[in-house]
Design a protein around this ligand. Structure first.
Ligand code: 13P
Length: 248
């Protein structure tokens, strides 16, 4: 069975002053049974671990290098994220794919590195608006899944996030039918690629998820949670999304 997961991606936001926002979020956690993950910038992973000591909050990075160590200025490896307190890492986010030219092959290598270090990889896929308009959304996410997942993927070490690029940070979301179509397709593709294990991977939707649309999105079949950007920065907004997932 896929686990329910509410994940927040802080992107390049947050500082030591974010401790108060985290303090405001913590009281929600004992009252829900879904998993809750926050992925702050790497500078805050250890701080967030300390701020949330004794709570069930999971902490993740936003990227990792495919190598364990070496001459890669500015990069962070999967074992370093583990050492800093992370259990998860987002890989292949569309902003990494567009800003840093990350290919499916690179995402696959990073996913292998994450698994080797014991991290859960949150692998992101999603089409651009032009690709959707051309009727290619399913083709695009299908080939991203095929190209980004290494051997050995299980429901315990990998989560898939469907994030249509045109819905990220825009306030626009696909219709519930469009979300359902892609999630059903992804479940089928995972079943074909991974056999019975495909049913165990959590499928998150991401792109302009807010407290006001979360319940509707979580009611869609094969949506097991969300990867939330902007709304994860505010405890009040993220709490609403967590509660909506828990109730779904
Ligand atoms: P928004 O929720 O801000 O649209 O961002 C989504 C996202 O990219 C999460 O990874």
């Amino acid at each position: 069975m896929p686990k329910k997961l509410a994940a927040g991606n802080w992107k390049m936001n947050g500082s030591s002053a974010s401790a108060s926002e985290i303090a405001a979020l913590l009281p929600v956690l004992p009252n829900v049974s879904c998993q809750v993950l926050l992925c702050p910038p790497a500078t805050l992973v250890t701080s967030m671990k300390n701020w949330t000591e004794g709570s069930s909050l999971l902490i993740g990075g936003q990227d990792c290098h495919a190598n364990e160590s070496g001459a890669h200025t500015g990069d962070i490896s999967a074992p370093m994220l583990v050492d800093a307190g992370a259990t998860h890492v987002i890989l292949g986010h569309s902003e990494r794919r567009s800003d840093h030219g990350e290919t499916d092959a690179m995402v696959k290598a990073k996913t292998m590195a994450a698994h080797a270090a014991g991290l859960v990889a949150v692998v992101c896929v999603g089409e651009t608006e032009a690709e959707r308009d051309a009727g290619r959304a399913l083709d695009v996410v299908g080939s991203q899944i095929a190209g980004s997942l290494p051997d050995g993927v299980t429901g315990d070490n990998t989560v898939i996030a469907y994030e249509p690029v045109w819905a990220i940070g825009t306030g626009r979301t696909p219709t519930l039918e469009q979300i359902g179509e892609v999630h059903d397709f992804l479940r089928e593709a995972l079943d074909q690629q991974l056999g019975a294990e495909g049913a165990n991977l959590s499928l998150l939707y991401g792109g302009s998820v807010k407290p006001g649309n979360a319940s509707d999105i979580f009611a869609v079949a094969n949506v097991d949670g969300a990867l939330v950007g902007g709304a994860s920065l505010k405890a009040s907004d993220f709490s609403g999304i967590i509660k909506a997932l828990d109730a779904a």
